[in-house]
Design a protein around this ligand. Structure first.
Ligand code: FPP
Length: 250
């Protein structure tokens, strides 16, 4: 009998935590950890492309990260700009579509211009939907979507009773992608820290003590293998899943 292929996540969302500790353990400044983290981003993108994972969303900078010491924020901004200058052509060659979610207007105009150019260049690439969450917050994302719906109601384009989950979903970041099916957080903390709060309602969570700069294909494969063992019930019972009928699919 043919064996069934293990289910692969379509969309992986990652909190890349542990850069600072990785550097501190080496008695180096935190920015060295972020630089090593950027190399791990490349390994992660490579992994997704090789395994045929369609979407990858990375939490690079939260709305709260602006409050870090100005030296670290400045170092991260330089790193983002450098990565945008150096890596976009290669991502394009590999067939990745690059997009950014979050409060883009808070970034320096030079970074905003590079973000825009990268999105335009890669817009029709089919292989990997790569989203970088930058100055992003999950609560802010929900508030923004609610405000857009409120504007539609105020303008008479929408009735309050037409507001349902799908109307709100359509206004959220990543609305055109399947919801993340696997969430990974490195660095040992067991929380989702205001990441994709709405989008991760049914996402499988996977945590590891590995610090982000140490991430490699083997660790990512471990997460994907573990995902394959999960029973995703979406509120149904196991018995319902074993005897599916059309009404059972969420
Ligand atoms: C969290 O580690 C990481 C960040 C706030 C920055 C993430 C940035 C990168 C991975 C580098 C570049 C990314 C791109 C997309 C080019 P932390 O500093 O909170 O680590 P700690 O918990 O050990 O202090």
């Amino acid at each position: 009998m043919p064996t069934r292929a293990a289910p692969l996540p379509h969309h992986i969302a990652i909190i890349m935590d542990g850069n600072g500790r990785w550097a501190q353990r080496r008695h180096r400044p935190r920015i060295i950890g972020h630089r090593a983290g950027a190399q791990a981003v490349k390994r992660c993108v490579e992994f997704c492309l090789q395994r045929g994972i369609e979407a990858l969303t990375l939490f690079a900078f939260s709305s709260e990260n602006w409050n870090r010491p100005s030296e670290e924020v400045g170092g991260l901004m330089k790193l983002f700009l450098g990565a945008l200058e150096r890596e976009v052509d290669e991502l394009h060659r590999l067939g990745a579509r690059l997009r950014f979610i979050g409060e883009r207007s808070r970034f320096d105009p030079a970074i905003q211009a590079r973000m825009h150019a990268a999105e335009a260049l890669t817009a029709s690439n089919p292989k990997l939907q790569l989203t970088i969450a930058a100055s992003y917050g999950g609560r802010q994302d929900i508030v923004h979507a609610a405000r857009l719906l409120a504007e539609d109601v105020a303008a008479g384009r929408l009735l309050p009773e037409q507001i349902d989950e799908s109307a709100l979903s359509a206004q959220m970041a990543l609305a055109d992608l399947p919801a993340p099916d696997l969430f990974i957080r490195t660095g040992g903390e067991l929380r989702i820290s205001n990441f994709l709060l709405w989008q991760m309602a049914y996402t499988e969570l996977w945590f590891t003590d590995t610090l982000w700069p140490d991430v490699d294909a083997q660790m990512l494969q471990q997460a994907v293998d573990d995902f394959a063992t999960r029973e995703r019930r979406f509120g149904l019972t196991s018995a319902q899943l074993r005897a599916p009928h059309p009404g059972n699919t969420p």
